[in-house]
Design a binder for this molecule. Structure first.
Ligand code: NDP
Length: 337
């Protein structure tokens, strides 16, 4: 059986605390060049690295199964079909699938979705038009339910999800304030995303006061990407009947012990707050609305999106680790082909 040589990243060991390069192994494997029945051979063009993958490096119960030790990691990718044994796909098709972290993927047709490269760049389907974009859309609009004139505060505001939350909130007529970890990100938020205020949380001597200064009317919707000190600060600034969209808490993902909770949780009662977590994959019914609205906003020039792209499968671990040190503006991607 003829084969193609492909490099892929395996999980070499499970990290305790902050992951390091030693937790990953670059391995070369042979992939059959003639796919079995109903399968496709895909040459990956881009792969996504996402914070939720940190949870999958751990061996525990979660909404996404743990990565297996000594096997290739998985995650969102787009690629070109080079051979197909499935009636719905042909060589040359561009597909979205879940077998990233490798150069060539053998994918079952059921796990692949055709994308239209004429609509937008192929990597957009991993970012603004993909899972992070839909997370921003569903999280803000359905869970946060912002109304025109309300104040929306977004942490992790210059990342893949946060940068889009800020702009969708502006499109709803909200006052928007974001926090991010560098002067460049704060400048981007003000100049490109069009937020009304932005805080560099790394430089703020008192995070609560720094956010309060940008939110003179308090906070009606807090879009939570970070957790920890951000959550405590936001809770203290919430207006009565405010909503906290619990999207993620990246500041805690590398903790080796459970982090203490915010000290001011009692405010949930007195201010009649709603805190709701959500997972984007629970909302397939919103996909068509999301594509229609996001593609429309993109075409009308109402949404700016950024990508931080590293090159080559060997840089995938660095791209992933960079999420935890804020190396990315917008979506972090790895270009493979
Ligand atoms: P980002 O593109 O936002 O990348 C992560 C960013 O987090 C970094 O750029 C960094 O920016 C910031 N960050 C990292 N560590 C810390 C820290 N200790 N304190 C404060 N900020 C930190 O990632 P995504 O947009 O993909 O994800 C954003 C959040 O949304 C994550 O919490 C993720 O888990 C969650 N998520 C949830 C989904 C769901 O279905 N609920 C789906 C997708 C994502 P900076 O320079 O500003 O520090």
């Amino acid at each position: 059986m003829p084969t193609i040589s492909s490099r892929e990243i395996h999980l070499a060991s499970r990290p305790v605390g902050q992951p390091t390069a030693e937790n990953f192994a670059l391995t070369t494997v042979d992939v059959e060049s003639t796919p079995a029945e109903d399968r496709l051979l895909v040459r990956n063009l881009y792969m996504s690295v996402d914070p939720y993958m940190r949870g999958r490096m751990r061996d525990g119960r979660s909404y996404a199964a743990p990565f297996a030790l000594g096997e290739a990691m998985t995650g969102g990718a787009v690629g070109e079909v080079v051979a197909s044994s499935h009636p719905d796909f042909a060589p040359g098709d561009t597909v979205l699938h879940n077998y990233g972290w490798r150069e060539y993927a053998s994918v079952h047709g059921k796990g692949a979705a055709k994308i239209d490269p004429a609509l937008a760049s192929v990597q957009s389907f991993l970012g603004v038009l993909g899972m992070p974009g839909k997370t921003a859309y569903v999280g803000l609009l359905d869970i946060g339910q912002p109304k025109a004139g309300e104040t929306v505060f977004v942490s992790g505001a210059a990342g893949a999800v946060g940068s889009l939350v800020c702009q969708i909130a502006k499109l709803q007529g909200c006052r928007v304030v974001g926090s991010a970890g560098s002067p460049e990100k704060v400048a981007w938020l003000k100049e490109k995303a069009g937020v009304d205020g932005a805080v560099n949380y790394r430089e703020a001597k008192n995070l609560r006061k720094a956010i309060a200064a940008e939110c003179p009317d308090g906070v009606d919707v807090y879009f939570e990407n970070v957790g920890g000190e951000h959550l405590e600060a936001a809770l203290s600034l919430m207006n009565d009947f405010g909503r906290i969209v619990a999207c993620g808490m990246i500041s805690q993902y590398n903790a080796s012990e459970p982090a203490p909770g915010p000290r001011n949780l009692a405010l949930i009662v007195s201010r009649r707050l709603r805190i709701q977590g959500f997972i984007v994959s629970d909302h397939p019914e919103r996909s068509a609305d999301f594509y229609r609205d996001m593609a429309g906003w993109m075409t009308e020039g109402k949404i700016h999106w950024e990508e931080t792209v590293l090159e080559g499968i060997e840089s995938a671990p660095d791209a992933f680790l960079g999420l935890f040190s804020g190396e990315n503006l917008g979506k972090m991607l790895v270009k493979l082909g």
